[in-house]
Design a protein around this ligand. Sequence first.
Ligand SMILES: CCC1=C(C)/C(=C/C2=NC(=C\c3[nH]c(/C=C4\NC(=O)[C@H](C)[C@H]4CC)c(C)c3CCC(=O)O)/C(CCC(=O)O)=C2C)NC1=O
Length: 161
Amino acid sequence: MQDAITSVINSSDVQGKYLDGAAMDKLKSYFATGELRVRAASVISANAAAIVKEAVAKSLLYSDVTRPGGNMYTTRRYAACIRDLDYYLRYSTYAMLAGDTSILDERVLNGLKETYNSLGVPVGSTVQAIQAMKEVTAGLVGADAGKEMGVYFDYICSGLS
Ligand SMILES: CCC1=C(C)/C(=C/C2=NC(=C\c3[nH]c(/C=C4\NC(=O)[C@H](C)[C@H]4CC)c(C)c3CCC(=O)O)/C(CCC(=O)O)=C2C)NC1=O
């Protein structure tokens, strides 16, 4: 896993150079948003279950996936879906803190699409639920931190699609 700092340093090191202006600017904006990130992470962790619940209510409840024959039908599959959404929220929060997507590639997206396809988990509905979490989260943490979280929710969605 990388973060904004190691990623900037690694790419300078590969070239055997000190950090250039662009690299410094990246670090500056990462440090300048540090407090925002930490505050957002603590609001999200205190409200994680409520975020998932509201996102499910907005996007999946009473849709085809929750009806008999749908992929969320039966309590076991419903619970698996809620658990997956909680993974996406938690790992997006880690990635937002790190300012880097690598943790999502390594721990969430690796093999996920294949797993979903083989189990018939609908990617379209999953993407809708993640987009609903993005809205609910932004409502809670405010526009700036919400935009930052949005980067990582969107990254998961494009990795699934
Ligand atoms: C931390 C990284 C990580 C991820 C991301 C992960 C996902 C993940 N979700 C799974 C299943 C599942 N995922 C869903 C999810 C959904 N079905 C729907 O209709 C909804 C649209 C959607 C929720 C948004 C369901 C229902 C299953 C169970 C499918 C089945 O067994 O038939 C499975 C198969 C094994 C299992 O059931 O636990 C995995 C590996 N596991 C991990 O360790």
